[in-house]
Design a binder for this molecule. Structure first.
Ligand SMILES: [Ca+2]
Ligand SMILES: [Ca+2]
Ligand SMILES: [Ca+2]
Ligand SMILES: [Ca+2]
Length: 421
């Protein structure tokens, strides 16, 4: 049975690829920190741990002066809050009144706040629109961009708020850097994190939206330029957590616990995609019904035979169930070589409303699973325009999807015909 042979060969290829990656890690380790940056997913090995804070007095203590005094700063972390109606401090080197330093916080309603301050009443505060959900892991990030004079906050890799603020960040000597607590915790009780915090990164540069989105779901290996503090919290036991950049190791105070964290998709690998194959502008018109995305085959991956089409999700975060299917439940996909490399690619149609795209989004992300259960993710640039179809517009057009596809989708009728076989 050719199918079976194919699967076995694929497994062997996967094993060889993992072995190659391990060798790559080993070489990176020998080269020492500060060497090549590899934003590679964790492959097997140790579990991904996080630190769980009790919301009463737990925190992690770090040396604030080891950060230096960067003009721009980016603070990132994965967080799971376990309660609402309280303020959770995630990362701060500020005093308790936000007159200096930076603070990444979740407020009573679950909004993420990032504060940059340089004096009494001199501060920029960016608030997320998204409310974090209790019990769910979210990636959060705050940026102070000195060059452009802006404070920004991100949730799950998407920019949520940009606030003009050009007065910089004031760093006071002797300040601690705290995870899970405000700085002088004894002075004002009740602002300890109740929940879990992981993968804390502090950069002395303003990371841009693409960089944040591209690196949030992986653990970084080595020391990318600008990373000045990095706590993966993967020790899993003991009372300290290592800083992988500058040995600014954290001390766990008042009894935080170690838990396994579920935000990291182990084994997730990159996949090349082309949104609206054939064109490079990738304009997503919200008034249209569908958009085609090509999953590009490579020497390692035959997208036609190895991708589980029903697993495809696509949109602003990658998790949106937007795949168009026929009345019989078959995915609307076809195959052609969209990039003329001699390998046939898989092109599928997605429902634009279900992608969750919003005006101003700049990335489209596709997640897929192979027949052998390997998780793949890919992204491509988009320009999102217009407004979402109203119910009335929708009824007007009925089910004639192909009438609404973009002009540069080549011949949209192909999708219907071939998708149904
Ligand atoms: Ca971790
Ligand atoms: Ca405690
Ligand atoms: Ca394209
Ligand atoms: Ca191709």
């Amino acid at each position: 049975m050719p199918g079976k042979v194919r699967v076995e060969r694929v497994r062997l290829e996967k094993i060889l690829r993992y072995a190659g990656l391990l060798l790559c890690f080993a070489l990176g380790f020998l080269a020492g920190l500060g060497g090549t940056v590899m934003a590679a997913p964790q492959q097997g090995g140790g579990a991904n741990y996080a630190v769980l804070y009790d919301g009463l007095d737990d925190y992690v203590d770090l040396n604030g002066s080891m950060l230096g005094a960067p003009a721009s700063v980016t603070v990132e972390a994965w967080v799971r809050i376990d309660a609402l109606n309280k303020i959770h401090y995630l990362v701060t080197n500020a005093d308790n009144d936000f007159n200096d330093g930076f603070s990444l916080i979740v407020d009573q309603s679950g909004r993420v706040n990032f504060v940059a301050a340089s004096g009494l009443y001199v501060k920029g505060i960016a608030l997320s629109a998204t409310l974090l959900q209790v019990g769910q892991w979210h990636h959060v990030a705050g940026v102070y961009d000195a060059q452009n004079g802006q404070v920004k906050v991100y949730v799950d890799g998407l920019e949520e708020s940009v606030v003009p603020y050009a007065d910089g960040v004031r760093y006071l000597s002797g300040r601690d850097l705290k995870l899970g607590s405000q700085n002088k915790a004894f002075e004002r009780a009740g602002r300890f994190l109740r929940g879990a915090l992981d993968e804390v990164r502090i950069w002395n540069v303003a990371r841009d939206a693409d960089e944040i989105l591209a690196n949030m779901k992986v653990q970084l290996d080595g020391g990318p330029p600008g990373l000045i503090g990095y706590w993966q919290k993967n020790e899993g036991n003991g009372t300290s957590t290592a800083d992988l950049i500058a040995s600014n190791n954290g001390q766990l105070r008042m009894g935080p616990q170690w838990i396994e964290a579920s935000w990291l998709v182990v084994g997730q690998q990159q996949l090349a995609i082309d949104i609206k194959p054939g064109g490079s502008h990738n304009v997503v018109m919200l008034s249209r019904r569908t958009i085609p995305v090509a999953l590009l085959s490579s020497a390692d991956l035959d997208a036609l035979s190895e991708i589980n089409r029903l697993s495809l999700t696509f949109g602003r975060t990658g998790g949106e169930p937007s795949l168009e299917v026929s009345r019989r439940g078959r995915p609307k996909c076809n195959d052609r070589d969209v990039n003329n490399d001699g390998l046939r690619d898989l092109v599928c149609l997605f429902n634009i409303e279900a992608t969750g795209f919003q005006h101003g989004d700049t990335k489209g992300i596709l997640n897929a699973t192979t027949m052998s259960d390997v998780q793949l993710t890919g992204s491509d640039d988009v320009v999102v325009r217009g407004r979402v179809l109203t119910k009335r517009d929708d009824n007007k057009y009925g089910d004639k999807f192909s009438d609404l596809t973009d002009a540069d989708d080549n011949n949209p009728r192909k999708y219907d015909r071939r998708g149904r076989h």
